[in-house]
Ligand binder design. Structure first.
Ligand code: FAD
Ligand code: NAD
Length: 405
């Protein structure tokens, strides 16, 4: 009898958990499992702010996919998915195509630019290893160039961060630690550097605990970060940004570096392939399949699930992507074994911790508020846990964070 073919697109948190759980649960003769990813490595998306600021080398945030999969059960293909042909049940790749019986779309997110002029051309993102390397290098280049110019351009040393969501704040925490090092390395006066965070909403980390938000903003301000709250980026130019506070107050901020960290949308392949989506995210059924598509699962940042308590979508997180990966794997096993009942996914939110650089953080874990070294310890434990979930103790020993006290 022909074995069913399961194709997993993306080896991020959701995709790797699905693949590693399937390899444990399924016999080699039960299904052909193919994992497709554009790189031969997995990166910890949740550590990219560190690599982007240059506080952690980019090789520390990635590991070889082949090191964590059982190659006797999962075939790894390094390629880029271009489009899904759901009628013919195949995926078009840059270097070929692959057919499937069951498909798992776990392709993560892309930056949401809301059509703001100039962002795609002039702003940097915190998106993957390539973008992290580029941003780190760019900031360093600005510092290196500053003293080379006869007429000093102080704006070279201004860094704008658009968005004070979790990505923006975590990046600011790293940057605040990195700037004194860069000043020392490139003989630059610290007082010439500006780090400006522009947030459209009336508060930093909108919706998060106000006491913890206060802690974070005071901490970052003490380290030199300036906050412009209730102010939206309207345009990005080669020289900086145009912002607006209300209707009338429009002004230009000159900056050598603009970082866009103001939100994400689902992978563009979703819309390109004709799946119904909201900002690129598919509202999936409780069993994580696309309504009307019994053979296609969507998990992670490209999926959308509603928090019934507040009737709003859950924010896309690694925590949810990994939990979905577990349920998706169990549901695939059920389908292959021709069981009729599939499991409904229910997120188990253990908490949220936002780092403020290497030694400080804020968070709520199991309902308890944490700040300072306790929160920072918890954040590193969460980072190590993600490694453990995919690759067990050996991956933690190889890539884990042990600078915990
Ligand atoms: P990802 O983990 O992003 O993986 C997607 C994979 O698909 C990647 O390997 C990518 O290379 C691959 N891919 C993409 N397109 C293609 C293609 N066309 N073809 C082939 N392969 C492709 N969440 C938390 O819960 N806790 C945190 O502390 C946290 N911190 C964060 C910090 C930062 C700086 C950022 C940016 C996000 C953070 N998040 C955090 C959110 C979290 O990273 C995402 O929710 C999570 O990565 C989503 O997992 P995923 O599996 O959907 O996608
Ligand atoms: P986000 O959507 O959470 O935050 C984006 C911020 O940008 C918002 O505060 C928004 O008001 C602001 N913004 C939007 N348009 C703007 C404009 N024109 N000008 C200025 N500000 C503007 O996005 P994110 O921070 O990238 O996070 C993405 C997802 O990843 C979220 O679900 C988040 O929870 C998750 N994440 C979690 C962690 C963590 O748990 N530690 C860390 C990073 C990201």
């Amino acid at each position: 009898m022909r074995k069913p073919k399961i194709v997993i697109l993306g080896a991020g948190y959701g995709g790797l958990i699905t693949a590693t759980r399937l390899q444990k649960m399924m016999g080699a003769n039960e299904a052909d499992i193919v994992l497709i990813n554009k790189n031969d490595y997995h990166y910890e998306t949740t550590w990219l702010h560190e690599a982007s600021a240059g506080t952690l080398h980019h090789d520390r945030v990635r590991y070889e996919i082949r090191d964590v999969i059982d190659r006797s059960k999962v075939e790894f293909v390094q390629d880029t998915a271009v489009e899904i042909n759901k009628e013919e049940k195949k995926v078009i790749l840059e270097k070929g195509e692959v057919s499937y019986d069951y498909l798992v779309i776990a392709l993560g997110a892309e930056p949401e630019t809301f059509g703001i002029k100039g962002l795609k051309e002039y702003a940097f993102g915190i998106v993957n290893v390539n973008s992290a390397r580029q941003l780190r290098e760019h900031i360093e280049y600005q510092f290196a160039t500053y003293n080379m110019e006869e007429e000093k351009k102080d704006e070279r040393l201004s860094i704008v961060v658009g968005g004070a969501g979790f990505t923006g704040i975590e990046f600011l925490g790293e940057l605040a630690n990195r700037i004194p090092e860069l000043c020392h390395e490139y003989d630059v006066d610290f007082h010439k550097v500006r780090i400006i965070c522009v947030e459209a909403a009336p508060m930093v980390l909108p919706g998060f605990d106000p006491e913890l938000v206060n802690y974070a903003t005071s901490y970052l301000e003490r380290k030199g970060v300036e906050f412009m709250i209730g102010t939206a980026i309207k345009e990005c130019t080669p020289d900086g940004i145009i912002v607006a506070k209300g209707e009338d107050e429009v002004k230009e901020i000159k900056a050598g570096t603009v970082v866009w960290a103001a939100g994400v949308r689902g992978n563009s392949i979703i819309e390109k392939s004709g799946f119904e989506a909201m900002r690129g995210r598919v509202k999936v059924q409780p069993d994580l399949r696309i309504p009307g598509q019994d053979d296609v699962f969507v998990i992670g940042d490209s999926s959308l699930i509603i928090n019934e308590e507040i009737n709003r979508p859950y924010p896309p997180t690694a925590q949810i992507a990994m939990q979905q990966g577990e349920v998706c794997a169990r549901n695939l096993v059920a389908l292959v074994r021709e069981k009729s009942e599939l499991e409904a996914f229910k997120p188990d939110i253990k908490g949220t911790v936002c780092s403020l650089g290497e030694n400080d953080a804020i968070g709520v874990v199991y309902g308890k508020k944490l700040t300072g070294s306790k929160a920072s310890f918890m954040k590193k434990m969460i980072d190590n846990r993600a490694l453990f979930m995919v690759g067990g103790p050996s991956l933690v020993l190889k890539k884990g964070k042990f600078n915990i006290f």
